[in-house]
Design a protein around this ligand. Sequence first.
Ligand code: CDP
Length: 516
Amino acid sequence: MEKKIFQTNAELKDWLREQNSAIIFIPTMGGLHPGHQFLIKKAKERKTHNNQIILVSIFVNPLQFSEGEDFKKYPRNINRDSELAFIAGADAIWAPDYIEVFPGGEDSHFKIQVPQTLNNQLCGAERKGHFDGVATVIIRLIKIIKPEKIILGEKDWQQLIIIRKLFQELSLPIKIESFATQRDQSGFSYSSRNAYLSHSERVNAQALPNVIQEAKANFTKDKIISLQKIESKLKQSNLEIEYIKIVDAFSLQEKQNIKGICLLAAAVRCGSTRLIDHTFLMPRKPIIAIDGPAGAGKSTVTKEFAKRLGFIYLDTGAMYRAVTWLILKNSIDPNNEVEIQNILKDTKLEFKNSKFDEQKIFINNIDVTEKIRSPEVTSIVSEIAKQQFVRKLLTTKQQVIGDSGGLIAEGRDIGTAVFPDADVKIFLTASPKERAKRRSLDLEKRGYQCTSIEDLEKEIKARDKKDSEREIAPLKKAQDAIEIVTDGLNIEDVLTEMIYIFRSKIPEEIWPSPNL
Ligand code: CDP
């Protein structure tokens, strides 16, 4: 494909019409550096079909500079930028003039106002109107080119959070993909503004990533962090501090205790240049909760997801089933809670073999992996699973397994009761008919004689009802879970969706993108 540079919307639109392709969009303000090039390379690597165009825009947006900022001197060199973008894999450059983006002047177009909770923090607190300007221009740009996907760096984390929320609230059907901050060999993050630094300023500025990385290393080791120490080290290197804060990575609200994913972020002035940097602090590895009713396809996709992420896979349903099998085996009345407690008190329940496809469950050293899938166990498991003692016992076991994270657990109450602080919560569901069909195939594969789909549907509905109506930890979508309705989706479709959700909740710096 011939590489193209467009300046007017009309030319760009004509060309796009001819291509009839989906657009992967990388918005920039120019001043291209290896960080931008990395995003372009990733966009190219991640192309899912040949009919996708990588379009890089270069537009220095006046709305995001306040008075006295560096709008006039911001690095502008379209030829050099285009060359760097093409080398990295861009198909076309769009470098519109102001009038192309704001045809009637900015006062004749809608302006976006970013919610105060996100705007009044970090960079937004100092740079009044900056994020409103960013949000406004992004809407103008995407209105013109209508991309399928937009690629952003995590370097400007606050901007990324704001744009994600903006797209979500406007229900824009555009995917956002983000990648970790790119750094040179010394750990200094690439930025167009680095070009302003003199040699001696650059030497001083190195303290910014050094001090942040050192603080992160100390946090990982001792779980403590001192903002005062960071501040004094930055000052020693002649950096003037604008802010240094620890905030929740998503709400951006300040945090006293580090729980979940926190952002340690700083902005400093080195001479007259403003520099920002950050890192993420997380006391444990991520936890992913997958909940949903029977037969929604949880096991298949969860196992595969765990494999791709390199996470521990925890099938909590198998634990309830194993306990049920033991109760049936010992001919205990499912309603006799005292006897159930007695037998479970000293029961040994364990998963063996870390290979996902071959994970086996043992109860009192008996391999029950296949036995627990029998229709007899299935018909009674919900009765057993509602009992307080059983739930407490298994919930505690599950929490111990997930203690240091790096785990993906599937069940009914993972996001609500077992790991309410899970970092990613997904609720997988499908219509009862679809679920009955899947269950029938699954039973057939396991060698069980099949009842009719209608009977399976009835059984599934009855179990869902019991699971949803029980008193303790009922089957319920957690308020912060994202629902995926899997009717008509194949395994790969569901996985793509899950990986996308994972990526929007876990910064790449914490856990790299799994292979799609
Ligand atoms: O395989 P299927 O999706 O039908 O169910 P499962 O995940 O193997 O779970 C079997 C039963 O265990 C459910 O119907 C629930 O009654 C119970 N269960 C639960 O109560 N809490 C969980 N976290 C997981 C399963």
